[in-house]
Unconditional design. Structure first.
Length: 136
């Protein structure tokens, strides 16, 4: 299996890197953002982990690394069918202006890479747009 890397567009959020970092470095905050149409069931979260079911698949995510006000790194648990890492990168541009970028790296077969590359790119870019609207 080869690694697939997808990098979102860079977005600018009108808030401080500290507030954005503090919000996203606690999975308990994320539950407020999940729309009902997302198909997420059985959501459970603590600060460093969350678990849920999507389309019958159990998923657990863990925050595995934090660099204060700069980076949050997330991965699946040991039972995940896929090996992946997800990063949120923040760069403070001014007091209330922060650049954000999302990166996903996943070990996938050739066919899976081809199947998920475009939808995942679109999804990451949509998350960036959505992050601009969150009241941190």
């Amino acid at each position: 299996m080869k690694e697939l890397e997808i990098i979102s567009k860079t977005g600018k959020i009108n808030n401080s890197a500290e507030r954005i970092f503090n919000f996203f470095s606690d999975f308990r905050n994320i539950s407020k953002l999940i729309p009902p149409e997302a198909g997420v069931e059985n959501w459970q979260a603590e600060k460093d982990w969350c678990s849920f079911v999507v389309k019958g698949q159990n998923i657990q995510l863990n925050i595995v690394e934090r660099e204060e006000f700069k980076t949050i790194k997330i991965s699946g648990d040991d039972n995940s069918p896929y090996i992946f890492n997800f990063w949120m990168q923040l760069v403070q541009l001014s007091a209330y202006d922060t650049a954000v970028r999302l990166v996903v790296r996943a070990q996938l077969s050739f066919f899976m890479r081809q199947a998920v590359k475009k939808p995942m790119q679109k999804g990451l870019d949509q998350i960036i747009d959505y992050m601009k609207m969150i009241p941190y």
